[in-house]
Design a protein around this ligand. Structure first.
Ligand code: AMP
Length: 403
């Protein structure tokens, strides 16, 4: 079965096409500057150089049309015609409390997702536009929605209820939702395979450390807690996001700086995190380089980042009464040995012992704990697109059985 995976942003679109019969990635690409001057598609067939095509794309429908043209192009394409694409899996950020797993997209599902726009005003609208554009261009092809929030729906109320008047949960759905769910789920499943253990027998802490970052506590394959909250702003220190802060700071800064409403939200989302502390960059490579050159604020930014990850690891060990394995994934988790070393440093009393030699690795699946470490430490590159394709395949297979 050939599955097209679509991840639509406001002005960009990432795609992959996978042949699930061999679990093979066939092609992938990126469309940028949709609706702007200089819109461009970068398409890469596996094993070939990237094909860059600058072509005007006024909206997402035109962008998806270009994707389909690239996939069926006689020179750069991987399928003869659109009919060879069996289904489309769409990444959707927020499904509120409505869906705890992926679903086949119907009119009712679209309505439910429209209702979630308020909860994710930056992310859900482009996701929905992408679905509608695909529906128009590929009528009759099954579409599946895979949600960032779904995996976290198993959290117990004590993990997701905020200690504010309960009526706000009832009236507005204000609660912890959690994000990066597809990634946490993928690495948890891979961890159980790498450890040769059933997921039901494992307590895992998965650390998705990228530009956005979150930690999850996963017990018997189910998420019991996660660091991101009502929005992806809560939790860890991130590239430009503050993570946890005292909520009183918001009104205090607003008053002191005489800022309009919404301005502090922008500061916390776009000017904070390691960028805010260091003043150097939101990219950990730049901050690590500056720290090495002696930049004290860059050094502090890294320390604060590490402190917070350790804080959550400790909390989740307490919540689950232990942990069998800690998993690192995403840009920083996969590529920054120094960060992993600092996060796991001096946790021997908790049974966490990193092997400094094995840890000198980037971007590949491997175990980086010492042989005598009771808690295993794993590096697992995330693969959200594969998870989206797999869920899509499963749902479409079920549809065939029903017919
Ligand atoms: P992601 O959001 O998962 O794509 O992660 C992106 C982030 O990973 C970048 O902003 C960098 O901060 C970080 N990153 C990528 N490669 C490296 C590296 N070699 N060393 C340190 N950080 C890295």
């Amino acid at each position: 079965m050939k599955i097209l995976v679509i991840n639509c942003g406001s002005s960009s679109l990432k795609y992959q096409i996978l042949d699930m019969d061999g679990d093979n990635l066939m092609a992938k690409g990126l469309v940028e500057r949709i609706g702007m001057e200089g819109s461009v598609i970068t398409h890469k067939r596996l094993g070939n150089d990237a094909w860059v095509n600058e072509v005007p794309m006024n909206d997402h429908k035109e962008a998806i049309k270009q994707v389909l043209d690239a996939l069926t192009d006689p020179t750069h394409g991987v399928v003869k015609s659109m009919e060879e694409i069996d289904a489309v899996g769409h990444r959707v950020v927020h499904a509120g409390e409505k869906y705890a797993s992926s679903v086949l997209i119907t009119e009712d599902v679209m309505k439910a997702l429209e209702e979630c726009v308020e909860l994710a005003p930056l992310h859900n609208p482009p996701n929905l536009i992408g679905i509608k554009a695909c529906q128009e261009l590929m009528p009759g092809t099954p579409m599946v929605g895979v949600f960032d929030t779904a995996f976290h729906q198993t959290m117990p109320p004590e993990s997701y209820i905020y200690a504010i008047p309960y009526k706000y949960y009832e009236k507005y759905g204000i609660r912890r939702y959690g994000f990066h769910g597809t990634s946490h789920k993928y690495v948890a499943e891979r961890a159980s395979e790498m450890l040769n253990c059933n997921l039901d027998d494992l307590k895992l802490i998965t650390c998705h450390l990228g530009n956005g970052a979150s930690v999850s506590a996963i017990k018997r394959g189910k998420c019991v807690d996660t660091s991101m909250g009502f929005t992806p702003l809560e939790g860890l220190v991130m590239g430009t996001r503050s993570g946890d802060i005292d909520p009183a700071i918001i009104t205090y800064i607003r008053k002191k700086e005489n800022l309009p409403s919404g301005a502090v939200n922008e500061i916390l989302n776009k000017e904070s995190g390691v960028l805010g502390i260091s003043g150097v960059s939101s990219d950990f490579r730049d901050i690590e380089a500056a720290a090495e050159e002696g930049n004290e604020r860059a050094q502090l930014a890294l320390k604060v980042f590490v402190h917070k990850v350790r804080f959550y690891i400790g909390a989740y060990i307490a919540e689950m009464n232990g942990v069998d394995a800690i998993v690192f994934t995403a840009g920083v988790g996969e590529n920054a040995p120094n960060m992993r070393d600092l996060i796991c440093h001096d946790l021997g009393n908790l049974g966490i012992k990193i092997d400094l030699v094995k840890n000198k690795v980037r971007g590949k699946e491997t175990i980086i704990s010492r042989d005598d470490s009771p808690v295993k430490i794993l590096l697992i590159p995330t693969n959200e697109e594969y998870m989206i394709a797999r869920d899509t395949e499963e749902l479409v297979e079920k549809l065939k059985v029903k017919k």
